[in-house]
Design a protein around this ligand. Structure first.
Ligand SMILES: *[C@@H]1O[C@H](CO)[C@@H](O)[C@H](O)[C@H]1NC(C)=O
Ligand SMILES: *[C@@H]1O[C@H](CO)[C@@H](O)[C@H](O)[C@H]1NC(C)=O
Ligand SMILES: *[C@@H]1O[C@H](CO)[C@@H](O)[C@H](O)[C@H]1NC(C)=O
Ligand SMILES: *[C@@H]1O[C@H](CO)[C@@H](O)[C@H](O)[C@H]1NC(C)=O
Ligand SMILES: *[C@@H]1O[C@H](CO)[C@@H](O)[C@H](O)[C@H]1NC(C)=O
Ligand SMILES: *[C@@H]1O[C@H](CO)[C@@H](O)[C@H](O)[C@H]1NC(C)=O
Ligand SMILES: *[C@@H]1O[C@H](CO)[C@@H](O)[C@H](O)[C@H]1NC(C)=O
Ligand SMILES: *[C@@H]1O[C@H](CO)[C@@H](O)[C@H](O)[C@H]1NC(C)=O
Length: 255
């Protein structure tokens, strides 16, 4: 009993960064670890987590706050936000995860010190190390928050929102955690909504055996990874480094 409690605590204490708003599945137990190698064992998608007490309402055509917690952003990285529209629990087909916004560099922090990580300033309710929050999407050396636009053409209903992240010096990892949401104010015609959703690119995958053969560069120091096919909505906060791509497709430079 005591042993397993210690084990759970250590499991929670390890790690990197998670999305904490919209409130994710299993917020108390969601892992800060990557889905994937080296040593990653968490399943794609969403670490396999599905339990929740709170569903975040989202209004299509407006922005929604996305917030994070953790102390190890490894300098920053590139992230995507997307939605699975295939009911609940979400489906595992990568083509069902549609990108609504992509951030190249500076997500979920930009850290300018050599370690690339933040100082611990406390712990969150689940005992995870926590650091200073920027309160916006620009300040460095703190945890950022983003107001992510949800396109007005999205279909209404209960869906699953996802955050994926490739950190700087990608280390062959991919991070993901997910949240149940309810969209209102979106497309009133299901046909129009599905045409819009079909036009959104799938969220990019790397470093996940069985779902993709592409692996990011794990050799040496390099900058942020440029997510190929980011879609129409997003922002580049830091110039990406083609050396980060490894065997994954090299995206064209942003216009
Ligand atoms: C949490 O922060 C404390 C204080 O900086 C540190 O000693 C500890 O190693 C950190 N734990 C993890 C898992 O990073
Ligand atoms: C983690 O999950 C266990 C088992 O489901 C649960 O008893 C515990 O309360 C959860 N911890 C937190 C911090 O939510
Ligand atoms: C972001 O998360 C942190 C840690 O839980 C919290 O202290 C902070 O108030 C949150 N910020 C917003 C705007 O929700
Ligand atoms: C962490 O704290 C040290 C000592 O106060 C400071 O020099 C350093 O800049 C801090 N790191 C960050 C990322 O804020
Ligand atoms: C959405 O989920 C909530 C519970 O989280 C449920 O009460 C509601 O009926 C669901 N709405 C639809 C349209 O399925
Ligand atoms: C569906 O899209 C068409 C073409 O953009 C538009 O004319 C029509 O008003 C839309 N219908 C609804 C119900 O949104
Ligand atoms: C990965 O490569 C193997 C061997 O070439 C191939 O059989 C498999 O379909 C590929 N997997 C994916 C997801 O592309
Ligand atoms: C991986 O990154 C290192 C360091 O930037 C670089 O020298 C090397 O060429 C990169 N490998 C590939 C395949 O791009």
């Amino acid at each position: 009993m005591a042993l397993s409690a210690v084990f759970v605590f250590l499991g929670l204490a390890h790690g990197h960064m998670i999305m904490n708003r919209p409130v994710p599945f299993n917020l108390g137990n969601v892992s800060l670890s990557p889905l994937s190698a080296p040593g990653g064992k968490l399943p794609y998608p969403c670490q396999g987590l599905t339990s929740f007490d709170y569903r975040t309402p989202v209004v299509a055509g407006q922005t929604t706050l996305v917030n994070f917690t953790g102390t190890m952003p490894h300098g920053g990285g590139s992230c995507q936000f997307g939605i699975n529209f295939h009911g609940e629990p979400y489906t595992t087909n990568p083509a069902d995860w549609k990108t609504i916004y992509t951030i190249i560099g500076g997500c979920p922090a930009e850290v300018t010190t050599a370690s690339g990580n933040l100082n611990t300033t406390g712990v969150d309710f689940a005992g995870r190390n926590e650091s200073v929050h920027c309160g916006d999407d620009k300040v460095v050396n703190c945890i950022r928050q983003f107001n992510i636009p949800f396109p007005v053409d999205l279909p209404n209903g209960n869906h699953t929102f996802a955050f994926t992240w490739f950190r700087k010096n990608t280390a062959g990892e991919m991070y993901m955690n997910c949240a149940p949401i309810s969209i209102i104010g979106g497309a009133s015609s299901p046909a129009n909504a599905s045409a819009f959703v079909d036009g959104l690119p799938s969220m990019f995958l790397a470093n996940i055996k069985g779902f993709t053969n592409c692996t990011t560069n794990t050799t040496g120091e390099h900058g942020v990874f440029n997510i190929p096919n980011p879609g129409r909505y997003g922002v580049q906060l830091i110039e990406p480094d083609p050396a980060a791509a490894g065997s994954c497709p090299v995206a064209p430079p942003a216009p």
